[in-house]
Design a protein around this ligand. Structure first.
Ligand code: RIB
Length: 319
């Protein structure tokens, strides 16, 4: 069974920002159940979905649906799952000249979602272990406004891509997951780190997301810690310190909410919005994504983000 993508509302406006993503592609095999089983336990599931995902592909689609011209660099296998992922990216207008077909099986993610929409994920890297950078990829990265990175491909490729972008003056944005990990060889090239709260705490040993955000400023110039239904914390060296509440919604599946946030935030910042406006817009995108099932099928289009954000802002102004 495959989840169909919701209808694309309206035509895509002319892209005003250029984003590159170097990262993973996975075929997500998703089971919905009341609760995630404990070790050694079997639970009865309700449904099975197979949908395109992977943190890299999710962020690429999030940025494309948010209105950017997006180039994706990654790898899939020479198999049906690889074809499905390549097609899913191309359908969004993502430039896939940097997507290799390698002789390894396409990466998979085995995801269990509970009745609160929370997930547990096991990924198998497969072809993601075969991502490489050639001269054309380096030129694409060097000419982008922002580079989105995650940690589902070999670390040396993430570091190499970050170094090229940093050297060219592009904004380097890292989601330090899975892991989490933030080696110094990578953090020195990162402009904005986007961990979720548990990742931020694990990276620093702090007792809260707030404290973790402060500590992470020793490693990177700016941090946005996502807090799920509680919103997001932002810290920047010598810049604003923000705590923004989330838009209250009923979550059915939180998979790819962080990727949606990262993609939309990259676009809003590349378009020159203020940090606060960009964060609010990215939170609106994430709020839409958690109300839908699946990874890529859950990611909203720009028009939807605009309508949701302005309706919620108007409602807030009336109260
Ligand atoms: O961030 C969500 C993603 O993590 C899923 O799409 C899955 O593929 C895993 O990589």
């Amino acid at each position: 069974m495959r989840a169909g993508s919701h209808r694309r509302p309206g035509s895509r406006p002319q892209a005003s920002s250029r984003i590159a993503v170097v990262g993973s592609c996975n075929l997500d095999i998703v089971t919905y159940t009341d609760r995630i089983p404990a070790p050694g336990e079997t639970v009865i599931g309700r449904r099975l979905l197979q949908v395109p995902g992977g943190k890299g592909a999710n962020q690429a689609v999030a940025a494309a649906r948010a209105g950017a011209e997006v180039s994706f660099i990654g790898a899939v296998g020479e198999d049906d799952f690889g074809e499905l992922l390549a097609t899913a990216l191309r359908r969004e207008g993502v430039i896939t000249a940097g997507l290799r077909r390698v002789s390894m099986p396409t990466g998979t993610a085995h995801i269990t979602i509970d009745s609160a929409g929370e997930n547990a994920i096991v990924t198998i890297a497969g072809a993601n272990a075969g991502v490489s950078l050639n001269e054309r990829d380096r030129a694409v990265i060097a000419s982008t406004q922002a580079l989105l990175l995650q940690l589902e491909i070999p670390l040396e490729i993430v570091v190499a891509a970050a170094a090229v972008a940093h050297g060219a003056g592009a904004h380097v944005i890292l989601t330090p997951a899975p892991g989490p990990s933030l080696p110094a060889e990578l953090s020195r090239f990162v402009d904005l780190l986007i961990p979720n709260e548990s990742e931020a705490v694990a990276l620093t040993g702090a007792s809260s997301g707030d404290q973790a955000a402060d500590l992470l400023l020793a490693e990177v110039p700016a941090v946005a810690v996502t807090l799920g239904a509680r919103g997001c914390i932002y810290r920047e060296r010598g810049g604003p310190s923000l705590l923004l509440p989330a838009f209250p919604v009923a979550a059915v599946d939180t998979t790819a909410a962080g990727d949606t946030f990262a993609g939309a935030l990259a676009v809003a910042l590349a378009e020159g919005r203020s940090v606060e406006a960009a964060l609010r817009w990215a939170m609106a995108a994430a709020a839409l994504s958690v109300q839908r099932e699946g990874a890529i099928p859950s990611i909203p289009y720009r028009q939807e983000i605009d309508s949701f954000a302005s309706a919620r802002e108007q409602a807030r102004a009336l109260h």
